[in-house]
Design a protein around this ligand. Structure first.
Ligand SMILES: [Zn+2]
Length: 286
């Protein structure tokens, strides 16, 4: 795995190929992917999470809402006047933090994801991600000791292959369980971007969490390879905003390499990490 360590690696070279836009809060960095697509990064937390603003003629989609440490709503309002539909790639805390600031919220129609949004994430859980070595330069009004994710109200429950029409631009919802049971990848039919959520990013990909499923993950990878012709590149949700679509092929061959024990690995108490060139996979130990 070649991804160098946070925070020394900031700003990451892979993000700097895009034009940096003005942000209101220093908590966020905004990159312009194209005229109608923005990536909103939270570089000051070790999660290095991205949310994406995807604009159509009539409506905007906000793909995830980040950690809920800064105010992403204000950043979005600065970029567009369009009504916004939030689409969660999945409902882990680091992608749903500012959901509560928005009226329209959609996620995949799966009990696990719906429960996460209905309940939010308690401080008991979230505090583990707020050790002093996990962040720097927090916004002044934010108290890391009280960090939690507020509940949010789902207005749209997506099924596999549902389309979201933004007016001259539509998004296709692809159900890709594995990281979580209702994880989705979102295909942009205008610019041929695939927003992969946590199904793929350059870094340590976790398939050993509560709700994760290794078999589902590899099935989802096989599935994504069947739509690879529709895609020009990937926008993952952590670390580096751009990935070549060929990593979908690398993910497919990763499974064979793991089965044939042709890959370097490290055993932990409940899981095994497998090391590949662009990513690592953390799978549950059998
Ligand atoms: Zn996640």
């Amino acid at each position: 795995m070649k991804l160098s360590k946070w925070p020394e690696a900031l700003p990451r070279e892979g993000n700097q190929q895009f034009k940096k836009m003005k942000s209101i809060s220093q908590w966020f960095e905004i990159y312009q992917i194209n005229q109608e697509t923005y990536a909103i990064l939270e570089p000051n937390h070790s999660e290095e999470v991205f949310s994406f603003l995807v604009l159509g003629k009539n409506k905007g989609a906000l793909i995830d809402t980040g950690m809920g440490i800064g105010n992403i709503f204000d950043e979005v309002k600065q970029l567009t006047q369009l009504p916004i539909l939030v689409i969660n790639t999945h409902t882990h805390f680091d992608h749903t933090g500012d959901n509560f600031r928005f009226k329209e919220i959609g996620c995949f129609d799966h009990e696990y994801e719906l429960n996460n949004l209905a309940q939010g994430h308690a401080n008991q859980f979230c505090k583990d991600f707020m050790s002093p070595q996990d962040y720097f330069d927090l916004p002044k009004n934010f108290d890391p000791k009280k960090y939690h994710i507020k509940p949010s109200c789902v207005t749209h429950q997506f099924k596999h292959l549902d389309q979201v029409d933004l007016g001259d631009r539509s998004l296709i919802i692809h159900h890709t369980p594995g990281h979580s049971p209702g994880s989705i990848c979102i295909e942009d039919t205008k610019y041929h971007i695939l927003f992969t959520g946590d199904t793929y990013y350059a870094g340590n990909i976790f398939i050993d969490l509560p709700g994760s499923n290794q078999q589902d993950f590899f099935k989802s990878i096989q599935y994504l390879n069947t739509i690879i012709e529709n895609i020009d590149f990937l926008c993952p949700s952590h670390n580096i905003v751009y990935a070549s679509k060929e990593v979908l092929i690398s993910l497919k061959t990763a499974q064979e390499k793991i089965e044939n024990q042709e890959v370097q690995s490290k055993v932990h108490s409940q899981s095994i990490t497998y090391y590949f060139d662009e990513f690592t996979l953390r799978l549950p130990s059998r």
